[in-house]
Design a protein around this ligand. Structure first.
Ligand code: TYD
Ligand code: MG
Length: 483
């Protein structure tokens, strides 16, 4: 039946419009666009994903959830014509934009110097990684440094559970105002009454708003609550920090969907079985995304790691086990000495496996190819495993040389000297290139008491205690350190 087809239906609709006469079609157009007609037309919205349709379906066409469409009346449009207020850029008041330091240096470093009033920051991470702990410690620090209250909306845990955690952290919490509730719509009244210096929300997946249908944690709710919170932050001029879980199923209602709504997304990461926790910015409208904040989870909460090498690097004497090399990496503005490890074993099946933990997989493959082709280290019939000490994730090219040398050391079962640090990026031709912050990295190696640094050629006079050995290519580096 032709009327059933898409094209057929469209043709019928088009035919229903009055033909001809220009005056008549202008009238029709104005009737179609009028708010009266619009306000009466029912639409349906999915409680799961927020998708809207003009017709009811048993299954949402966008997310395929069953029975999730609910009827809603379209809000009448405000009458047009009002000109929004305009002002010259120079007239804009910026007095309220001074940064608010959290008082935890590692946190402030990642934020770019502190919280910006009116900004919304999402702290995302796996369940159990320490988001609530970080929020509570930040709340305590903020309220003590500013002498003003911090509002803490706990939707996931009861007031007594939060109190238990505070006791464990040794937090008095006199100025941390707790609201154990899931309703974000009432938050603006609480903010108006308490005038806090900052608002914490734990977590974005467990709060709800009456503005949309759906259970807490559903896509529509998470998105709506994020909008309510960003609106609140902007109107009240207070920063809002919200915790958010990274969901296993591709972060459906997680940070990814919120990224464009909030001003900053910070990931709180680490191995739950290890102590090190890394805070890094995935997005930051007010700062760099290169800085890392380092913490250790202890029995009494998170402690800041001021000297990362203490945690990341076990200093050895003499020679190292084969397959280990020290790299002077750079994380944002801060140099870090880390141990890069490699294990090369005969492949159990035809082609070798490559497994990288804490290092970029594609970059690792590239370096293995350069090693094979430019330095004559055969790896095709081998399984190669590489990793970084301390559970850190490194994606900067300055660790290329250390990785290549570690793999060669394991392949030849020849250990490296424990007093040597490697810096440099490898090109496909096997040449060594300088990376950003060369001098700072070399100085850090000297500060830590390493005897020598192997790096690409450059002007490195006055960089401190370590002897600098410059090499032009990977082949030269290998013959210098492995003979
Ligand atoms: P939590 O902050 O509740 O994690 P999230 O909010 O990200 O789910 O922290 C959970 C883990 O941290 C839990 O396994 C216990 C551990 N922990 C400590 O080791 N020391 C502490 O002082 C605290 C408060 C928690
Ligand atoms: Mg929590």
């Amino acid at each position: 039946m032709p009327e059933r087809s898409e094209g057929g239906v469209r043709a019928v609709r088009r035919a229903a419009r009055p033909p001809g006469c220009a005056a008549f079609s202008r009238l029709w157009a104005s009737a179609e666009g009028s708010t009266d007609l619009r306000s009466q037309r029912a639409t349906y919205a999915c409680g799961e994903c927020g998708h809207r349709t003009t017709q009811w379906y048993g299954q949402c066409p966008a997310c395929f959830a069953w029975n999730s469409l609910k009827e809603r009346q379209e809000a009448p449009r405000p009458p047009g014509g009002a000109v929004p207020p305009m002002m010259g850029l120079a007239e804009v008041d910026r007095s309220g934009d001074a940064r608010l330091a959290v008082g935890l240096a590692e946190f402030d470093r990642v934020l770019g110097g502190g919280l910006v009033p009116g900004a919304t920051v999402l702290i995302a991470g796996d369940p159990g990684i320490g988001k609530s702990t970080l929020l509570l410690q930040a709340a305590q620090s903020l309220s003590t440094t500013t002498g003003k209250p911090v509002l803490y909306l706990s939707a996931e845990e009861s007031a007594s559970q939060v109190r238990l955690r505070a006791d464990r952290l040794g937090i008095q919490g006199d100025s941390v105002l707790l609201v154990a509730d899931t309703d974000v719509d009432r938050l603006s009244e609480a903010v108006a009454a308490a005038r806090p210096v900052c608002v914490m929300v734990d977590s974005i997946q467990s709060v709800r708003s009456g503005l949309v249908e759906g259970a807490p944690g559903s896509l529509a709710q998470v998105r709506c609550c994020a909008e309510v919170l960003t609106g609140l932050a902007r109107e009240a001029g207070v920063p809002v920090l919200a915790a958010g879980h990274v969901t296993k199923e591709g972060a459906a209602a997680g940070p990814r969907t919120l990224e464009h709504l909030v001003d900053a997304v910070l990931y709180f990461e680490g191995d739950r079985h290890q102590q090190l926790r890394v805070l890094r910015a995935e997005k930051n409208r007010y700062g760099s995304v290169d800085e890392l904040g380092l913490f250790e989870m202890t029995d009494a909460g998170l402690s800041q790691v001021a000297d990362p090498t203490d945690v990341l690097l076990r200093r050895r004497r003499g020679v190292m086990p084969s397959g280990c090399a020290i790299a002077a990496a750079l994380s944002g503005s801060r140099p870090l000495a880390v141990e890069v490890e490699a294990l090369v074993v005969p492949a159990s099946y035809g082609t070798g496996r490559r497994v990288a933990v804490g290092l970029d997989g594609a970059r690792t493959s590239l370096i293995l190819a350069v090693l094979e082709r430019r330095a004559g280290v055969p790896l095709g019939q081998s399984d190669v495993f590489v990793g970084v000490s301390g559970g850190l994730r490194l994606s900067e090219p300055g660790v290329d040389l250390a990785l290549a040398v570690a793999v060669a050391s394991s392949a030849r079962d020849a250990p490296l000297d424990a007093e040597t640090v490697f810096i440099g990026e490898l090109s496909l031709s096997g040449e060594l290139r300088s990376v950003s912050g060369m001098r700072r990295r070399i100085q850090e190696a000297g500060r830590l008491g390493f005897a020598s640094v192997v790096c690409p050629p450059g002007q490195y006079s006055g960089t401190g205690g370590a002897r600098v050995r410059t090499v032009g290519s990977l082949e030269d580096a290998l013959s210098a350190v492995l003979g």
